[in-house]
Design a protein around this ligand. Structure first.
Ligand code: SAM
Ligand code: SF4
Length: 338
């Protein structure tokens, strides 16, 4: 009798036909900075006993890989403030070695990247996204409520030296960095980095009104077009980003416009928090408790919980920036993972 081949595992496809290939995994809600658009000045963090162990995070992520996820991005909070984060990177890198995972990446503020860049590269991390809203030391200190831009710049240089591609992410803010954006773009391109601009989203109660600081990227783009030639690149990502080449610098510039353009139609991502909550959409509250599913039913229980949740992935978020509109979701970006 010939042995039957194992039945192929059904991929994760939501009711709108979107295949889920991309998981953002938050490893901590803590951070060494307090960016004004992200957190309140006196942010309260989760008790440590609610944060999943590296073993549990690995098990959850690995179920997604078994179900067809091809990319995992570690995020937070600040992922590199978690002391055992490199254990997780090392464990997850086995999926790169096996070919199951195409990419393991990280979003970081860069302040601890200099310490970790070489090890990340050794474990197969080929690119990192580093958030940097300004290169001006005073503005950085104010925007991050106390951060040292030199550390972020050192981190970026170390990542580059370790052979990783660096993408700079910039939240566009009317008062704080609008005037600096062309310099920031020219600098990033001069260093050989891609750079993306992001519209501020109404996520998390920050104890202030975001309306005044909101800057539409349509407006930024018009301004940039008065000095540079931007040609659209045919690079489609299943996310809210569109890319152009800046002819004069030769570099790539992304516009991430969750507010003014909604590209949810081809969204292929889900987010898992450091407590094991699965969120189907950054801008909606529906979630599934994968930590409890893991405890009660092991990997099979997690698979069932993921499939049930993906079956109700919402079509789109409904962010609005309007005076007094408040946050679309109360949980901060640092909790869900950017
Ligand atoms: N701490 C890491 C960092 O800053 O890169 C990773 C987590 S952070 C929450 C991920 C990204 O979310 C950063 O690029 C940050 O600028 C962005 N972000 C945070 N709050 C945001 C908001 N309200 N609107 C838009 N982007 C936001
Ligand atoms: Fe921390 Fe990143 Fe939020 Fe800034 S954006 S406070 S670095 S989690």
């Amino acid at each position: 009798m010939t042995a039957l081949a194992p039945a192929p595992i059904a991929p994760l496809i939501d009711p709108l036909g979107r295949a889920i290939r991309y998981v953002r995994l938050s490893v901590t809600d803590r951070c060494d900075l307090r960016c004004v658009y992200c957190m309140a000045e006196r942010q309260t963090f989760l008790p440590r006993n609610q944060v999943l162990s590296v073993d549990a995070l690995d098990r959850l992520a690995s179920v997604f890989v078994d179900l067809g996820a091809r990319r995992i991005r570690l995020t937070g909070g600040e992922p590199l403030v978690r002391r055992d984060v490199m254990d997780l990177v090392k464990r997850l890198s086995r999926h790169l070695a096996s070919g199951a995972l195409e990419e393991l990446t990280l979003t970081t503020n860069g302040t601890r990247l200099a310490e970790h860049a070489a090890a990340l590269a050794d474990h197969g991390v080929r690119r990192v996204n580093v958030s940097l809203d300004t290169r001006d030391p005073g503005t950085y200190r104010r925007l991050t409520r106390g951060g040292d831009v030199g550390r972020a710049l050192d981190g970026i240089a170390a990542a580059h030296a370790a052979g990783m591609a660096v993408k700079i992410n910039v939240v566009a803010l009317r008062d704080d960095n609008a005037a600096e954006l062309p310099d920031l773009i020219a600098w990033a391109h001069g260093e050989g980095h891609e750079i993306s601009l992001i519209e501020a989203m109404p996520i998390g109660e920050i104890g202030a009104d975001r309306t005044a600081q909101f800057l539409s990227l349509a407006e930024v783009r018009r301004e940039l077009e008065t000095r540079w030639t931007l040609s659209a690149l045919d690079r489609r990502t299943a996310g809210p980003a569109r890319y152009v080449r800046v002819q004069e610098t030769g570099g790539t510039l992304g516009f991430i416009t969750p507010m003014t353009h909604n590209f949810c139609g081809d969204c292929n991502r889900v987010r898992v928090t450091c407590t094991g909550r699965l969120y189907l959409c950054l801008g909606q509250d529906d979630q599934a408790d994968l930590a409890t599913a893991l405890e009660a039913g092991g990997e099979a229980g997690v698979e069932r919980a993921i499939r049930d949740a993906v079956a109700r992935k919402p079509g789109a978020h409904d962010f609005r920036i309007a005076a007094g509109a408040g946050a679309a979701v109360a949980r901060p970006m640092s909790m869900t993972g950017g």
